[in-house]
Write a protein that binds this ligand. Structure first.
Ligand SMILES: NC(=O)C1=CN([C@@H]2O[C@H](COP(=O)(O)OP(=O)(O)OC[C@H]3O[C@@H](n4cnc5c(N)ncnc54)[C@H](OP(=O)(O)O)[C@@H]3O)[C@@H](O)[C@H]2O)C=CC1
Ligand SMILES: O=C(CO)COP(=O)(O)O
Length: 335
């Protein structure tokens, strides 16, 4: 009789812990935290109080602070640390993960400096492994509370995604497949920038029409850059595109949206991030996205204003005044 698949999740933040909880309902799951106190709390109290409050974690979930033990145990490796920490985390275990173990990214940012997507960083750190991602409109706390949601496993080889789907799925967590890894990954990355713009709009007290305009034109920017980079434009109309955009721009729990709101309240970006105490990937990713927009010659006026605010060159109110100056052309064209 074959033994069950061992899932290992690296990173015990809000989403890493939640995904580990999903997997633990289906198969043995080990969660690595760099904090021994957090690992102990998960093992003894079945809670990760810093990130998920009092929510109870499944009994089958085990945690460790030993990354070598975790890497060696993995039949499936899930990378749940923020984008800027993927390379340093995987460099510790590059010789420890068995050949052919599939690796799934949860991250929704770009690596500063290299401009690489998480799956590209993973492929460099763990060459030869099938690499993909799990993404979609997935606010961690709602899923940890058992509310219904859907996500996408994206891998180039559809057979790998088919094998991974049931490890994370449940009666309330639907897992779809998509072979457009680039499009799915960019959707998750780019919606964070629009969510900062949406939070700024809410902080400035705009109405629902303005909010809808930011979402619709933000989606147009995401799709334009994605298509220019080689993604399938249809992907942006799906869960990892417009789906994640809506969830992140509307949810009071979204960290990127909350950063935008804090900026509109007059906080500096450093103060906004400190107030949050969790990762908001859009802050670090905004300048990198603008570099890509220039390289691929794509107009991204909303992302440009967000980048200017995050860099401290513009106030949120000025950014919104700036957006009003963009001449509206054909809806399907550039700006
Ligand atoms: N939260 C959500 O709803 C969702 C998040 N995501 C994405 O998942 C990724 C992780 O986010 P999330 O779990 O929410 O983030 P959190 O801020 O909640 O947690 C980050 C985790 O990564 C660890 N970490 C941070 N820096 C390092 C480092 N340099 N080396 C090793 N570990 C590190 C933290 O450890 P410590 O606690 O010790 O600081 C913590 O365990 C992000 O890319 C995010 O965009 C995707 C979908 C949903
Ligand atoms: O990606 C997310 C939901 O799908 C979480 O968004 P935040 O990182 O803004 O909280």
């Amino acid at each position: 009789m074959s033994r069950p698949v061992q899932v290992v999740v690296l990173g015990a933040g809000s989403w890493g812990t939640t995904v580990a909880g999903l997997a633990a309902h289906n198969t043995p799951t080990l969660l690595w935290s760099r904090s021994s106190a957090a690992a102990e709390e998960i093992n003894t109290e079945r809670r990760n109080s810093r990130y998920l409050g009092d929510r109870e974690l499944p009994a089958g979930l085990r945690a460790t602070d030993d990354i070598i033990e975790a890497a060696r145990a993995a039949d499936v490796l899930v990378v749940g640390v923020p984008s800027h920490a993927i390379r340093s985390t995987l460099s510790e275990i590059s010789n420890e993960v068995r050949a052919w173990v599939p690796v799934l990214s949860l991250a929704k940012g770009l690596e500063p400096g290299t401009r690489q997507r998480p799956t590209e960083v993973i492929a460099e750190c763990l060459p030869g492994h099938p690499v993909g991602l799990l993404a979609g409109p997935n606010i961690a706390r709602e899923i940890a509370d058992g509310m219904a949601a859907a996500a996408v496993v994206a891998t180039q080889d559809d057979r790998v995604a088919s094998a991974l789907q049931p490890l994370f799925a449940s009666s309330v967590f639907r897992v779809y497949r998509n072979t457009d890894v680039l499009g799915c990954e960019l959707g998750g990355v780019l919606k964070n920038i629009v969510a900062i713009a949406s939070g700024m709009a809410d902080g400035l007290g705009v109405g629902d029409n303005t909010r809808a305009m930011v979402l619709a034109r933000g989606l147009a920017e995401m799709t334009r850059l994605g298509e220019a980079m080689g993604a399938d434009p249809r992907t942006f109309a799906g869960l990892t595109g417009v789906g994640d955009l809506i969830a992140t721009c509307m949810s009071p729990a979204s960290r990127n949206r909350r950063v935008g709101e804090a900026l509109a309240r007059g906080l500096t970006v450093e103060q906004a991030v400190a107030e949050l105490g969790q990762v908001a990937e859009g802050v670090k990713t905004a300048p990198t996205v603008m570099e890509l927009a220039r390289d691929f010659d794509v107009e991204m006026p909303i992302a440009a204003e967000v980048e200017a605010v995050v860099a401290g060159r513009r106030t949120p109110a000025d950014a919104y005044r700036g957006l009003r100056k963009v001449a509206p052309g054909d809806e399907h064209d550039m700006a």
